[in-house]
Design a protein. Structure first.
Ligand code: MN
Length: 201
């Protein structure tokens, strides 16, 4: 049966008005599902990879058989990235607290400065891709990746990510990626980001 689409922990309208219900529904049921279908189709050729999590596959891309390596990178990346994306968003945005808040302040001086730097990474990603807050287990870092490349394939653990593919915002924001990113800050689920941070530390 392979990889399956995770359910969202909230309704499609839960992130309104920042992210509209129609975008959420299409993004989840069509885009995310398509990555999963194509990942499963590729893995059919390699039953020895059955049972490995998509994160495991992405961490060890160089060991994936060459004939499906690009499919795992693109569609496996799409599956992993979107699975994280849904969970690091939620209807009750806010600010980071506790150890994560301290670490962000240590590294960027203030939460505002961190937001500014992360936003610049999201806006600066040319074409389709993602901006990330990630960690190597010691330090936090902001990074951007093209297409569906995952920080996991670079030895990093993604803690927070924003999808800047046009499909993530075009219905509501058209070509105005900056407006989407500004709105998105209102729906970041910092409890989940903190949980990932504690797990990775
Ligand atoms: Mn997407």
């Amino acid at each position: 049966m392979g990889h399956i689409l995770p359910e969202l922990p909230y309704g499609y309208a839960a992130l309104e008005p920042h992210i509209d219900a129609k975008t959420m529904e299409i993004h989840h049921t069509k885009h995310h599902q398509a990555y999963i279908d194509k990942l499963n189709a590729a893995l059919e050729k390699h039953p020895e990879l059955n049972g490995k999590s998509v994160e495991e596959l992405l961490k060890n891309l160089s060991t994936i058989p060459e004939d499906v390596r690009m499919a795992v990178r693109n569609h496996g990346g799409g599956h992993a990235n979107h699975s994280l994306f849904w969970l690091v968003m939620g209807p009750n945005g806010g600010r980071p607290l506790g150890r994560l808040a301290d670490e962000i302040e240590n590294q960027w001086g203030s939460f505002e400065k961190f937001k500014e730097t992360f936003t610049a990474a999201a806006l600066g990603q040319f074409g389709s891709g993602w901006a990330w807050l990630a960690t190597d287990g010691k330090k936090l870092e902001i990074m951007a990746t093209a297409n569906q490349d995952s920080p996991l394939s670079q030895g990093k653990v993604p803690l927070l990510g924003i999808d800047v593919w046009e499909h993530a915002y075009y219905l509501r924001y058209q070509n105005k990626r900056a407006d989407y990113v500004t709105a998105w800050w209102n729906v970041v689920n910092w409890d989940e980001v903190s949980r990932r941070f504690e797990q990775a530390a």
